[in-house]
Design a protein around this ligand. Structure first.
Ligand code: ATP
Ligand code: MG
Length: 260
């Protein structure tokens, strides 16, 4: 019988991913424990986003397993994985431009929204109550992270940094047990970067969620992560402490000239 360590929040074992006959991930394994943050480093095209897509159910691996608290979730839909309290932020924002900040954050509660009953008076009533509660929850997190001034503004009319924060709040609003953050500071100013760093730090400390954070800014990743993993060509080249990983020759060779 396979031994499952109960303390693992996320356990990825030997994940292989092929897309259009191209091998993207070549047997990736990693473990994230409860309340731990793991940084995922790697040059452009090394497979970081693809790995997050496998964990969150957007891509189905051709081999290997992904376990959440000991339960294999390979084959689950992205909606089912999100509903089991996995939050995901995206590298490229901008697909939801015609939503307001509040509507965008509300999307993060939709997977965990109580099932809408039959369209009876009682069903409608409880669904209305659930919606009011969701709006209140979304408004609270928006206020907590100082975005109230933008709450009812369309994302397309918000500064880029605000849109990045709105995407993070969408991923965090359901208080996920696992948070997957894909380049939360790409393209933002130094000031916004510091703000986002403190936001993630405050959130993970308070909710004890486990986090995988991808970023090209090594200082940013170092400030957040308890340990890091470096991907080179779709495989784990090194893992452990930041200094240890960055001293690996293969990792360094791919970083030279690749950091954005
Ligand atoms: N849908 C797809 N079909 C085919 N190849 C893909 C697909 N998505 C990604 N790839 C390829 O998979 C490889 C890994 O891409 P991925 O986006 O995971 O890298 P990344 O490490 O996130 O890079 P970046 O730092 O630029 O975001 C790249 O070579 C990319 O071209
Ligand atoms: Mg990526």
């Amino acid at each position: 019988m396979q031994h499952v360590a109960e303390s693992d929040r996320l356990r990825v074992d030997g994940v292989v991913l092929k897309l259009s006959d191209v091998l993207i991930l070549r047997g990736v394994s990693l473990v994230v424990e409860p309340a731990q943050t793991v940084g995922l480093l790697g040059a452009n095209g090394s497979g970081k986003s693809s790995l997050l897509n496998v964990i969150s159910g957007y891509y189905r691996p051709s081999a290997g397993s992904v376990q959440l608290d000991g339960v294999d979730v390979v084959g689950w839909s992205p909606a089912r994985i999100a509903a089991s309290r996995v939050g995901r932020s995206f590298q490229s924002i901008g697909r939801m431009e015609d939503l307001t900040v509040l509507e965008n954050v509300l999307l993060g509660l939709e997977p965990v929204w109580p099932a809408r009953g039959l369209a009876t008076v009682f069903g409608l009533r409880s669904s209305r109550r659930a919606e009011a509660e969701a709006r209140q929850r979304a408004s609270e997190i928006i206020a907590e992270f100082d975005l109230s001034a933008y709450r009812d503004r369309l994302l397309s009319a918000c500064p880029y940094g605000v849109r990045k924060v709105a995407d993070l709040l969408r991923a965090m609003v359901s208080s996920p047990r696992l948070l997957l953050l894909d380049e939360p500071t790409s393209g933002v100013s130094m000031e916004d970067r510091r703000y986002i760093l403190e936001l993630i730090r405050a959130w993970t400390a308070r909710t004890n969620c486990s986090t995988v954070v991808v970023d090209h800014d090594i200082e940013f990743v170092t400030a957040l992560a308890h340990s890091v993993i470096a991907l080179v060509g779709g495989a784990v080249a090194a893992s452990g402490g930041v200094a240890e990983v960055l001293s690996d020759e293969r990792v360094m060779a791919t970083f030279v000239g690749s950091a954005k």
